[in-house]
Design a protein around this ligand. Sequence first.
Ligand SMILES: Nc1ncnc2c1ncn2[C@@H]1O[C@H](COP(=O)(O)OP(=O)(O)OP(=O)(O)O)[C@@H](O)[C@H]1O
Ligand SMILES: [Mg+2]
Length: 273
Amino acid sequence: MNVASPTAKAREFLNAFDNNLELAQQALADVAAENVSQNADSYKVAEDAPVVIRLEDVSKTYKLGKQKVNALKEVSLTIQQGEFVAITGASGSGKSTLLQLIGGLDKPTKGLVSVDGKKLAKLSDRKLSIFRNKTVGFVFQFFYLQPFLRLQTNLEVPGMFARERRGVRVARTKELAVAVGLEDRLRHMPKELSGGQMQRAAIARALLNNPKVILADEPTGNLDSVNGRGIIDLFDKIRHDFGTTVIVVTHDAKVASRADREIVMKDGERLQV
Ligand SMILES: Nc1ncnc2c1ncn2[C@@H]1O[C@H](COP(=O)(O)OP(=O)(O)OP(=O)(O)O)[C@@H](O)[C@H]1O
Ligand SMILES: [Mg+2]
């Protein structure tokens, strides 16, 4: 089969769109994106990799006065060490709730949540906060960097909570800054960084204590498509370099297509696809 080169494809798009510059630029960006996805090593997880996350018949009901919201209804799933999973579904379908239960930020009304061999419901408050600090790393749509701290210190914060020695924190910060391409920005304040750089910084911070699992809620929601793609490339690299399991909630089909697997939510239930 004769596969057209990206340049030929781009030319074809350009011709098709003739003088419509905006459409042509979008077409070029799409070609570039396709190219990146094709070229990026796809790190598939080994079939016999251990299960790191297990949910069994998990339900979550929020009570607001007399009103009840069944945010999750008997959701079961397993995720293996090193997997890159996308969670998708309409607004209100329970994606963030699911992430919060996996990260121990909230408790299910019913069912079992087990992460890294720990049944979260059995952990004391103290053990649960250690779990949140060490086993999982959170990344959100709005990066939540401390505006008054330099990047270096921002990245060190989870290590401070973990009472890690300063020397260890500083060394780890340097290593992660290199991994996310921000080694020359460590003395900058967050407002001196671009959106993509801020999100890469938030990812480095989430990795500081070398968590087993990264939980990211709409991490590209606030970024343009180029920076969004950069963040997904970075997640792919992280799970390759550090063996981290990555779970990303996203509305973006392009982001979801980069994951090994998609878990689709609908009205609090997991759709079997
Ligand atoms: N703290 C809360 N109290 C009451 N209801 C809540 C709470 N958090 C979420 N809900 C409800 O639970 C359902 C699931 O919410 P959730 O935030 O998990 O959805 P989502 O899929 O992340 O949506 P989005 O894509 O808009 O972020 C929604 O109907 C929501 O209104
Ligand atoms: Mg949400």
